[in-house]
Design a protein around this ligand. Structure first.
Ligand code: G3I
Length: 466
């Protein structure tokens, strides 16, 4: 599938888009200015990520940009079925682990990509069908999601299962031929294996209201109505020169179903590249449940779209005009995420409903400087574990760093955290900013999160600014 075939024609900047751009410029004067993509996104309660390759983690230029600019990573190929289960029942996680470990050491989130896809299957699975394939596929979901339990912010549980063209139906594949319920079984299986991960359906050519996106919309609506555990929809957004005028409206209609939306594989070719990056970024910021953006590679030379230069850094690692347009858009206003952006709550808890109030108020006045900071926590609790999303808000002055203290009850142990460093995994835990989210403008917020066993009752976060 070439990118050209994937791209849907549309308007680069409609009248409404132009108005939105003007509004964004007005709001920019009141907003703080992040100096990196991840930092600017974090100030809006969102992440900004990149697809990365384990084989490039020894490339100094590559890693320098990665660590400076991004607070989320997606393994470009290393978690796919062919990579993780090359022989049936034998799992190889070495390359994926290199990426997960790199991210964990720096407070970056990980998007897992992807548990099931018709492409990049191992040869043994490509040759299977029927019940044998269904069982092998769900075993794969269980084994991989269990192995990474607590370490993955969002899983692309199923990738690209809908057909292109006008029908809005499913793509034919060996997986589809095991029965139309394979997608919902995959989501239920993934939830059971890792109840803390956000579970996404991910696809391309869904960049506006069209037959394919509507087919997916109908599936998500059906899943939500029947309690199939789906938390988000990924919009790959492989674009050339333009983006449909209803891009934002399309994101919004999915969000209105009660799922998060994420831009998952953004790359944009063509002369209009910088403007379209700005438009896409503003669209995400304008949708409260658009929780983050991932670009599909770092430098143009890293892109799967060879010769099209669709990314934010040139082959030498220099920032392009597209980078500046994206950063300016991130700094230019939009909504702050109002739903937990980085937590992995079950939409239907596996067993019991939350036992604690969802939100505890700040318990301390601002400290550490003229304005100080406050911290609040939102819990998604299930029987035996929880995800906490902690919001750090600067007081009347900007802060350059923060420290949040929480007290975990006996029996609670943190298994995974993102966008913060932690001093311990149980008891009294000090959480400090990572390099991209320490700077918070007056009155603005950033968030970090963690997953833990036990109960989150009584965390009582306190914040000290620096
Ligand atoms: O690693 C081998 C190398 O050893 C071998 O010499 C070489 C020979 O062709 O192949 C290398 O593997 C390639 C792999 O990328 C790593 O570079 C595969 O051939 C190649 O098919 C694979 O392409 C990936 C493609 O998915 C597979 O369909 C791209 O890197 C990756 O960017 C792309 O990502 C997909 C998303 O997963 C889903 N959405 C679309 C997106 C773009 O196609």
């Amino acid at each position: 599938m070439t990118p050209t075939k994937r791209v849907r024609a549309g308007l680069a900047l409609t009248g409404a888009g132009a108005i939105a751009a003007c509004l964004a410029m007005v709001m920019a004067s009141a907003a703080s200015a992040g100096t990196t993509l991840g930092g600017a996104a974090a100030e809006k309660g969102r992440y900004f990520g990149a697809a990365i390759a384990a084989g490039k983690l020894g490339d100094n230029t590559y890693v320098t940009i990665l660590n400076r600019e991004f607070n989320s990573v997606t393994p470009e190929n290393e978690m796919k079925w062919a990579s993780t289960e090359p022989t049936q029942g034998t799992f190889t996680f070495g390359n994926a682990d290199r990426i997960v470990n790199h991210a964990a050491g720096r407070g970056m989130m990980v998007r897992g990509h992807t548990l099931l896809w018709h492409a990049q299957q191992p040869g043994w699975a490509e040759g299977m069908s029927g019940t044998a394939l269904r069982n092998a596929a769900m075993n794969h979901v269980t084994r991989v999601a269990t192995y990474y339990r607590g370490k993955i912010h969002t899983w692309d549980v199923v990738n690209e299962a809908f057909a292109d063209g006008g029908g809005g139906g499913r793509r034919d594949s060996n997986l589809q031929r095991t029965g139309n319920d394979w997608i919902e079984v995959a989501f239920r299986t993934a939830r059971a294996a890792d109840p803390g991960a956000r579970l996404c359906y991910n696809d391309y050519n869904t960049d506006g209201v069209n037959a394919k996106s509507t087919g997916i919309y109908n599936m998500v609506r059906d899943f939500k109505s029947r309690g199939v555990p789906i938390d988000c929809v990924g919009f790959q957004s492989h674009l050339t020169n333009s983006v449909p005028g209803d891009y934002q409206a399309n994101l919004q209609r999915f969000a209105d179903l009660g799922v998060d939306v994420q831009i998952t594989e953004l790359d944009i070719a063509g002369a209009n590249q910088a403007a379209v990056y700005g438009t896409v970024t503003r669209a995400c910021l304008a949708v409260a449940r658009c929780t983050g953006i991932t670009v599909w590679g770092i430098r143009d030379s890293d892109s799967w779209r060879t010769g099209q230069n669709p990314l934010l850094f040139d082959g030498s690692g220099n920032k392009k005009a597209a980078y500046t347009a994206t950063l300016d858009a991130l700094n230019g206003g939009g909504t702050t995420v109002t739903t937990p952006p980085t937590s992995g709550p079950p939409t239907t808890p596996p067993t019991t409903p939350p036992t604690t109030p969802p939100t505890t108020p700040p318990t301390t006045p601002p400290t550490g400087g003229p304005g100080g900071c406050t911290a609040t926590v939102t819990l998604n609790q299930w029987n035996g574990g929880f995800v906490a999303t902690v919001r750090v808000t600067a007081g009347s002055s900007a802060i350059n760093g923060w420290r949040v203290t929480t007290t975990l009850p006996s029996g609670a142990t943190v298994s995974n955290a993102w966008s913060a460093n932690r001093s311990a995994s149980s008891g009294t835990v000090q959480w400090t900013n990572v390099d991209y989210n320490g700077r918070v403008a007056a009155g603005q917020s950033t968030e970090f999160g963690f997953q833990s066993s036990g109960t989150g009752a009584g965390l009582a976060p306190t914040c000290t600014a620096s």
